[in-house]
Design a protein around this ligand. Structure first.
Ligand SMILES: [Zn+2]
Length: 382
């Protein structure tokens, strides 16, 4: 492919990337040459921080496998911005791969290898002991469900598997049958649906891993309006934990919590609850890892990254199922109060409380909803 007037160069992070001009000019990026979403820069900034933190403590070949690379934005950035990596990218679209190759040359990369295969064929080439990837990435349009198995097999012991999902409508409960088929669990529509969605993606990933005698543990998750993204540490040993369960949500009083078994009635008001799951009910963040991430934020990252990672650190050991200021205000038919104010009130009353990286007006607490409402209505602390 000639670099013509349909193609332009952008700089993302420290990396030059050749992209279709239309991808920058149109609201919905076109797919005729190769798909590129400039808005996904934030997600790639997060990836660079997670991957570089992870590889600092990783012994062995620092290989990165991207099964659905498109024009290679993530892989190019890994190859260019994280020292000592060897990057293998794969896609079926020849135009995307040509752009990928030309971008690699533009950045003078010699650690960037391109292949054209079906994703699982590509991963299968790395599934033998000794050839597995340190970091494996699955970033599809839609659901990652059918690629998790081969992605796991291509990830080395003590390696990292990152997975994106963009089938938000399915995960939010618009098509419950489709969600059950793809994720083996169903959501409940709530104000914290993004957390339920992430837990469904994790639940499936961890269940598939357990079937392969592999233990997969989330160390970081992030989301925006268009995608969910999870990062799992992989250990080749049988999974003996029991962290797959349900979220019980009460529409009557707003009570919410995880439960290892299905329950029928609200523990506070006895009203019938709605159940989401089966899904992952363990931690979404590994505290020590998130703390190390803060030390590894390049100064050229989007400023939103640091803000979000600092919130993730605060919420890393907090209970599942956050609350939002708006829903509490709506329950009480009053105006919302500032986030810092409710967190302070909860803490001063002996509860743990934190913001959440999953929602700008969300907070986590071990306080139950009846008491939260009481504290919400209390006079401001002077
Ligand atoms: Zn209730």
């Amino acid at each position: 492919m000639q670099i013509n007037d349909q193609i332009t160069t952008i700089t993302e992070g420290k990396t030059q990337i050749l992209v279709p001009r239309g991808a920058l000019e149109q609201k919905v990026p076109p797919r005729d040459i190769a798909f590129f979403n400039p808005r996904a820069k934030l997600s790639r900034d997060f990836s660079i921080i997670v991957y570089s933190t992870f590889l600092k403590n990783f012994d062995g070949q620092k290989s990165f496998l991207d099964g659905l690379s498109g024009l290679g934005a993530r892989g190019l950035r890994v190859a260019n911005e994280i020292k000592g990596t060897e990057v293998f990218v794969n896609d079926l679209n020849p135009s995307a791969l040509e752009l990928s190759k030309n971008s690699a040359e533009l950045n003078g990369l010699h650690n960037y290898i391109i292949s054209r295969s079906d994703i699982c064929q590509f991963f299968n080439g790395f599934s033998k002991k000794g050839s597995r990837g340190a970091i494996v990435d699955i970033d599809p349009f839609g659901s990652p469900a059918k690629y998790i198995d081969c992605g796991l097999r291509a990830t080395v012991h003590k390696g990292l598997l990152s997975i994106s999902a963009t089938d938000l409508q399915v995960l939010h409960g618009l098509f419950n049958d489709a969600c059950k088929k793809k994720y083996h669990g169903t959501p409940v529509k709530t104000t914290y649906s993004n957390e339920i969605s992430i837990r469904l993606v994790l639940g499936l990933s961890i269940a598939v891993a357990a079937r392969l005698d592999v233990e997969a543990t989330p160390i970081f998750v992030e989301t925006n309006q268009h995608y969910y993204r999870v990062y799992l540490r992989i250990l080749n040993k049988p999974d003996t934990r029991n962290n797959i369960g349900y979220i019980a949500h009460c529409r009557n009083c707003g009570n919410r919590h995880t439960t290892p078994e299905q329950i029928q009635n609200c523990t506070l008001c006895s009203h019938k609850v709605e159940l989401a799951g089966p899904l992952w009910i363990g931690s979404l963040f590994e505290r020590d890892f998130v703390a190390q991430m803060i030390q590894n934020i390049p100064d050229y990252s989007d400023k939103k990254c640091e803000k979000s990672i600092r919130k993730a650190l605060l919420e890393s050991e907090m209970p599942a199922c956050y609350y939002t200021l708006d829903e509490i205000a709506q329950m009480l038919k009053s105006a919302p109060i500032p986030l810092e104010q409710i967190i302070l009130r909860l803490q001063q009353n002996g509860f743990s409380a934190s913001p959440t990286s999953l929602n700008p007006t969300g907070f986590r607490t071990d306080c139950k909803i009846d008491k939260i409402k009481e504290l919400f209505s209390a006079q401001p602390i002077s």
